[in-house]
Ligand binder design. Sequence first.
Ligand code: HEM
Length: 475
Amino acid sequence: MDLFLLSFATILTIIIYVFFKYFFAKPKEKIPPGTFGWPIIGETIQFFISLYYGMVHEFVQERTKKYNSHVFKTSLLGQKVVIFSGPAANKFIFTQGNKLIIGWRPKSVQKLFPSTSFVPIEHDTKRAHNVISYLLNSQNVERLISTMDNMSHLHLKNHWKGKNEVIVYDLVKLFTFSLSIRAFIGIEESDKILNLYEKFKIFTQGLLAVDINLPRTTFYKAMKAGNELRKQMKVIIKQRRAELSENPNLSKVDVLTQMINEQDKDGKYMTEVEIEDKVFGFIIGSYDTTATTITLTMKYLQQMPEFFNEIIQEQNEISMQMMPRKELCWNDIQKMRKTWRFVNEVLRNTPVVQGIFREAIEDFTYEDFYIPKGWKIYLSFGATQKNGEYFPNPTKFDPSRFEGNGQVPYTSVPFGGGHRMCPGKEFARILILVFLHHLLKNFRWEPKVPSEKILYPFFLLAIPTDGYPITLSAV
Ligand code: HEM
């Protein structure tokens, strides 16, 4: 009898368990399709090779087709990663607050920017936008354009005029760096700028290096350059604070003054380390990106005589209308529509930044897929920008795509979008247009290496392999 009761109880328990499991239990979460690839290595090699060759869009498009999904999983550098593409994904990622997803900083970046350990990433963006909008407000923007105008003119006069050959990327990078240093920390002396330039080059190389701080490693050299830069910044900050306390209305309109004066909602000022990190972030975010964009634009312009002539005509008309005024102003920049559409098409075709990394800080669902907390996210810009569904005949170079309100929202996003959109977008637009205006007014060029490739050597930014060497002729 006991045996009978025991068997009965066991069978009943099994039935109840099965019943609850299948009818009441939470359905199993559906994670995105895809593969984690080889143990530890995952799909790192395929991904980084395509990143290097500017082909991440192909890596993404192939898998999107294979899994029939704009979101799929993979594994990179031992991390579980979900890759997103398409305008809906762009919108989703850009418009998330910081509750589900935050920016992802590799360990090397965390060590090179010590304030990241105590300043939440979301504060960076808000402060960066506040600071830059000060440079661009209606009172200050004309002054900024005047600085860009004078510096472009001088740079071309000193480094391009009278030369038969130049390496564009090297020269333009020095120009955009000098301009950033002037606009962000008010330094004008060329020897000081050159000294900072050399140190920043070493510092920047550490950003994506393995964070091993042993002599002779890239990371060690970057840390050392970072410490030297910090020493110099401390002197500059001290000096500026003294100037400001003597004269609170000091007319130095630059990022540094604004950072020193900037208070958060509780009236707290930024610490010295925070100011240093933010200034470094601004400098690094600005000079390489704008130099690359100018170099790529020159390369495309030279290959497209029909657009080149249209743009020359636009710039000549602006020069005529300016007379007798010599310096460009805000209204002139607004008239450079064709030139800016051309630059937009350059950035769609060859995104300076191919995509962005984020991290899920909570579990969330997207299109019915469950993304667990801790997984990394990669949002591919290129896969959307080169998708025929949003840009018909995507390999064709066609600036008219950007006429009127032509493009679907969240399709071409070279500067990101939403609350973390690049704070330097407008600064970059003005700088690129001012420089191109002076360049086109004075020079024509031919490439010395017509078959030169564009690669992403540090997996970060697009760069012509030889720096775009050209032969120059004056107009
Ligand atoms: C053509 C030139 C440029 C391109 C293509 C570009 C692109 C981008 C992109 C894609 C991001 C990441 C956005 C995100 O994470 O959602 C970014 C961030 C950033 N950019 Fe730019 N950028 C350019 C120029 C500039 C300039 C001129 C400045 C400075 C004036 C600047 C300062 C920054 C900063 C500080 C961040 C980090 C913002 C944050 O962490 O929230 N950028 N940029």
